[in-house]
Ligand binder design. Sequence first.
Ligand code: ZN
Length: 222
Amino acid sequence: MFVAGEDHGRGILIDTTKLATPRVDTDRIRVAVGELLAAIGEDPLREGLRETPNRVAQSYSEFFAGLGVDPLEHLQDVVAIGSASGTAMAVPFTGLGDLVLLREIEFRSMCEHHLLPFVGVAHLAYRPKDRLVGLGRLARVVDTLAARPQLQERLTEQIADALETGLAPSGVFVMLEATHLCLAARGTRQARSTTVTTAARGSLREASARTEIIAMIGLPRG
Ligand code: ZN
């Protein structure tokens, strides 16, 4: 019953000419990681650590690949409602017309306070006015915004803003559930606690709409 959209045969390839050149300076990361290892009293040149600066540089390039990339790039290829044949993307939504809901988009981001990852799932809902977009594009918006030094609250708001700007829908609702390694591994070590954040725009700010969407997010899968 949940929306299983199409990408209308366009795939989810990105026009690489529009991608910003990577800004992550891997040489500089290598030097910094060597220095960090020395600072904790390790020998950066010992066998097991020799490749570590390289590996960290590669990982960080990936973790922060969204810096300088505009998430709206992923929402340019929208489909005007009525022009797409045979695409059933919206489900009936009591009292509010149609709703597109995509549950459990996996994401990982990096907490900017501790440079430790937080990982979880995003649930995105929007109530289209005249534009739809392939569901893969929605996941790319999440990916791009998550690949920056982040706070979960801000990431949630930025995803909602991108959907609002890119799709001009009547409403947007975003919920993120994540486990933060900085909570799980340090201090009080709350390994199993999850943080839930929400952001709503337009008609989906209404309490009744939010209640209904949260109930749909919680429905059993499959
Ligand atoms: Zn943190």
